[in-house]
Design a protein around this ligand. Sequence first.
Ligand code: MG
Length: 209
Amino acid sequence: MLKYLFFDLDNTLYSCRWGLENNVKQRMRKFIAGFLNTTPDEAWQQRTAHIKKYGTTLEWLITEKGFTNVEAFLAAVHPPDEADSLLPDPELKTFLEGIPIPRAIITNSPREHADLILDKLDMAELFTHIFDIRLCNFKGKPHPDFFNHALNVLGVSAGEVLFIDDTPLYVEGFNALGGRGLLLDEDNVYTDYAYPKIRGLKELYQYVR
Ligand SMILES: [Mg+2]
């Protein structure tokens, strides 16, 4: 029986078409270039070559590059005006509210970013909890400790939770714990993906009946 829904935040509760995540990546490129004293292209090439071993860009920087100024990184990639263009989707909010299962956010972003986005989307009250990247010492999805932390706080097992995310690595991490992961693949990019996936959140109704 489903007892909780876990939602990713970025490019899950709002469309990738808003471009917010692309802007985050552009700011990461610049920040990493500054830290590594190289060009943004070279910085991103290094990141792309190594990121597969890690859940996040930040984790790669900390582990392989000896990076320590985590709060400066988060402030640089998440400026206060980052979501100024984002508009709410009242229809989606009503749809989510109609699902009689409690909801939580599980994000690899910092709490202040989650609060900002949920405020812009007018969805803050839909979620009982927000689990963010600071909670497990900057080890987020797909690390089992992060998922387990959320499960323990909420008193549910992975098998009682449906987790929706637009990143296959994170969904598969939750599946590996015995959870029910669902990939949100808005543009049908992951054509070889072998597990359940949806193109939009409204398809959730098939999974929560
Ligand atoms: Mg996402």
